[in-house]
Design a protein around this ligand. Structure first.
Ligand code: AMP
Length: 220
């Protein structure tokens, strides 16, 4: 078992990096935010429990998050390589993840921290649109689809704005990040596994940097 983590504020570009890693390696992508949105759409009890927290921009309780992460890891088994995206988000989650990895004789191999200035994050998130069918991500100004309103990837015609991508909720999510998630930076720095990447550069540049990092660490 191997584990790579993507860390960074909402809108830092974790999803974009994850897309690239997923396409080019055999890492299993575990994005807790996506899993929660799927659970909401499928009207599963866990989704209904998580919904109110997400709409407010608050974190979902650790117990629910660990439940979905543990379920997914149990499905994939001990030989899988995991790419965690948006998880862990609290010290409690980080410690519980360490415990699970330890039970498999391993630990976190690499944490990629995406650094992006706050103004860029707000601009990115307020303009973000997501394809409801396949999850592809666009931006109304910076990455518009080739045909307005139509997803380039799956040709679906429902590009929507996430309910938590409104300005007030974004500000709240950034506060939550600072209060509850940013302390993980020091936690992983002290373990010697943290690498900073500049997130406000063109996609290709980030992809090149990620590829170089995975090679350097012999993780792909
Ligand atoms: P994301 O798609 O990663 O931006 O997550 C969207 C929302 O889902 C967050 O604002 C939280 O409400 C919730 N969420 C996702 N991952 C976690 C996590 N690891 N811990 C707690 N809440 C989470």
């Amino acid at each position: 078992m191997k584990a790579i983590l993507l860390l960074g504020a909402p809108g830092a570009g974790k999803g974009t990096v994850a897309e690239w890693i997923k396409k080019n390696t055999s890492y299993e992508h575990i994005a807790t935010g996506d899993m929660l949105r799927e659970a909401i759409q499928a009207k599963r009890p866990l989704g209904l429990e998580a919904k109110a927290f997400m709409e407010k921009g608050a974190l979902v309780p650790d117990s629910l998050i660990m439940q979905i992460v543990n379920e997914r890891m149990a499905e994939r088994g001990p030989d899988a390589q995991y790419l965690f995206d948006g998880f862990p988000r609290t010290m409690e989650q980080a410690k519980l993840l360490d415990q699970v990895l330890k039970e498999h004789g391993t630990s976190v191999s690499l944490v990629i921290l995406l650094d992006v200035p706050r103004a860029v994050i707000i601009e990115r998130l307020t303009g973000r649109r997501v394809c409801r069918k396949c999850g592809a991500v666009y931006h109304i100004k910076n990455i518009p689809p080739r045909v307005a309103g139509i997803c380039d990837a799956c040709k679906g015609n429902d590009l929507y704005q996430r309910p938590d991508d409104t300005e007030a909720t974004i500000v709240k999510r950034l506060e939550v990040y600072e209060a509850q998630t940013a302390s993980l930076i020091d936690y992983y720095k002290n373990k010697g596994v943290l690498k900073h990447l500049k997130g406000d550069v063109p996609r290709e540049k980030i992809q090149e940097a990620v590829q170089a990092l995975l090679k350097e660490k012999a993780l792909c």
